[in-house]
Write a protein that binds this ligand. Structure first.
Ligand code: ADP
Ligand code: MG
Length: 149
């Protein structure tokens, strides 16, 4: 089983889209293993987006991501890193197909409502950056045997 880090960004929180986003991951069959509603510091966001430090939008992105609360989550499931990215759509909502989260719910690349780890390696790094070991809940969903062969 893989784990990935998903966050509803401040724009998604303000627009009341947490429920819609959580619903899609639940409906797909993925398992929520950790979640918290927090306002991250700009330093934390700079670390989170370190890969993008040379991009012109890095400063504005980190400021925006720390400007209000985010809903941070860790979801678990088979191939979830790749599948979550497909559910999200493209980075630019204008290139995202209807049916995807960004294709259904937003318009602008700088206000694309959701973050999701792009590789398994980055997922591990981001999960560790946002959550401590004691914040994970261990349980077996009753649906497990009907979701996986
Ligand atoms: N050209 C851009 N202009 C403004 N913001 C951008 C641009 N490209 C990316 N971003 C912002 O930076 C975030 C991180 O970029 P990236 O990791 O490339 O995309 P993704 O969130 O799809 O993984 C994007 O989700 C978006 O909010
Ligand atoms: Mg990314």
């Amino acid at each position: 089983m893989e784990r990935t880090f998903i966050a509803v960004k401040p724009d998604g929180v303000q627009r009341g889209l947490c429920g819609d986003i959580i619903k899609r991951f639940e409906a797909r069959g993925f398992k929520l293993v950790a979640a918290k509603f927090i306002q991250a510091s700009e330093e934390h966001m700079k670390n989170h987006y370190l890969d993008l430090k040379d991009m012109p939008f890095y400063g504005g992105l980190c400021k925006y991501m720390s400007s209000g609360p985010v809903f941070a989550m860790v979801w678990e499931g088979q191939s979830i890193v790749k599948l979550a990215r497909m559910m999200m759509g493209e980075t630019n909502p204008a290139d995202s197909k209807p049916g995807s989260i960004r294709g259904d719910l937003c318009i602008n690349i700088g206000r694309n409502i959701i973050h999701g780890s792009d590789t398994l390696e980055n997922a591990k790094r981001e999960v560790g950056l946002w959550f401590k070991a004691e914040e994970f809940v261990t349980y077996t969903p009753c649906t497990q045997t009907f979701l996986y062969e």
